[in-house]
Structure formats: C-alpha cells, structure tokens
Ligand binder design. Sequence first.
Ligand code: HEC
Ligand code: HEC
Length: 177
Amino acid sequence: MSIHYRNYSRGLVVALLALGVSMSVAHADDGRDERHGGKDGGENRGKPVQPAQTNVLFQQECSTCHIAYAPGLLPAESWRKIMTGLDKHFGSDASLTDQENNEITTFLVSNASNRWSAPTAPLRITESAWFKSKHDAHEISPAVWKNPQVKSPANCGACHTQAESGSFRERDIKIPR
Ligand code: HEC
Ligand code: HEC
C-alpha cells in the first residue's frame, strides 16, 4: 500500500513539473532555453538591476572607461571573477588597492542578479543569454551595430539614454540613426 502511495505521489510531482515547464514555455520570449533552468536558460538579469543605494567608490572607479554597469546585470560569480582580474581587464589595467577592491566587490556581489540559476559566470553582460535575446536581430537590425555612434554592444548608453542611472526602460531607448 505504502509503495503504491509513493509511486502515485511521485507521478503527481512529475506531472506538475511538466505542467509548470510547459506553462513557462508558453510565456517565454524564446522557448528554446526553457527546459534548462528557467528564463533564458537561467541566465537572467536581476530585478531591480540597480539597487536603491549605490556605492560612491564603485561609481567613481568603474565609470572612467565606460558606464558603471548596474550590479543586477550579472551574477555574483561574474563580479568576483571580474574583480580578481582587473589588472588584465579587457586589454586595460583597471587595478585598485586591496581596500578599494574589497569594498566594490562587496557592493557588486551583494546586489548581483537574484534570478540567475545557470551555473555560468560570463565576464561580459553582452555574452549572457538574457542580453542576447533582448538584442537579437529581431529587435535590432545588424546595421545599427555598425553605426560608429554605437561602437560596441557594451556601449549601453548609445541606445539606453538612462543607462548610467541603471534604467533600461523601453521609453528611455533611442536607437541612433
Ligand atoms: C581603464 C579602463 C577601465 C576601467 C577603469 C574599468 N573598465 Fe570595465 N571595461 C574596460 C574595457 C576597455 C572594456 C571592454 C569594452 C568593450 O568591449 O566595448 C570593459 C568591459 C567591462 C565589462 C563587460 C561589458 C560587456 O561587454 O558586457 C564589465 C562587466 C566591466 N568592464 C566592469 C568593470 C568594473 C566593475 C570596473 C570597476 C572595478 C571597470 N569595469 C573599470 C575598461 C575599463
Ligand atoms: C544598439 C542599441 C542598444 C545597445 C548598445 C544596448 N541596448 Fe539594451 N536594448 C535595446 C533595445 C532596442 C531594447 C528593446 C528590446 C525589446 O523591445 O525587447 C533593449 C532592451 C534592453 C533591456 C530590457 C528592457 C526590458 O525591461 O525589457 C535591458 C535590461 C537592456 N537592454 C540592457 C542593456 C545593457 C546593459 C546594455 C549594455 C551592456 C545594452 N542594453 C546595450 C538597444 C540597445
């Protein structure tokens, strides 16, 4: 009797899981990734991307070559990797003192994406599945990426006029022509 009961409940769990998966596929922008850990294969940005309280040192040190990217755009492990490799940072030396590094790492890690369930930790926001699905050829024509005002996908502010303050709302998007 108890065996039957256990089999029954396991079957029910499987059925509920399958139902949950198929429901989320129906609501996804891109169903292909759904079988593997949620939206965009689990590589999903956090919400909010910008914490209510930002960090002065981070704003100062991480905005000299590009905007200070909002911490919710990447998972904690990505920020840890980025912060331990600042001497060789995308062809630049962005080194800090240990004290500065610790303060900024703590800020980034504690405000990192809270929706990232994949075991991945890309060094670039622009390499993540959520970024790619929001910026694919369906959304943005290839000619836009060749515009000298855009230069690089990492140049968020070329299209997101409020990127600096961590806002990527539709109404703040202005694609350069
Ligand atoms: C000396 C210049 C410099 C400083 C300072 C600097 N970076 Fe960068 N960073 C770069 C360059 C160059 C790139 C590559 C940009 C590109 O591909 O267009 C980059 C790219 C990045 C990217 C990846 C962007 C993408 O493609 O998604 C992240 C994340 C990043 N930086 C974080 C930081 C953080 C955090 C700090 C502060 C600790 C920082 N950077 C300070 C030069 C700098
Ligand atoms: C060439 C222009 C362009 C650049 C550069 C760009 N984006 Fe976007 N981004 C867009 C467009 C257009 C959309 C709207 C796509 C849609 O309608 O779903 C978008 C959507 C987004 C969204 C989703 C908004 C939402 O709530 O659905 C986020 C977050 C975002 N971008 C972040 C970034 C970040 C971070 C960078 C830089 C690392 C960046 N973008 C660079 C054009 C750009």
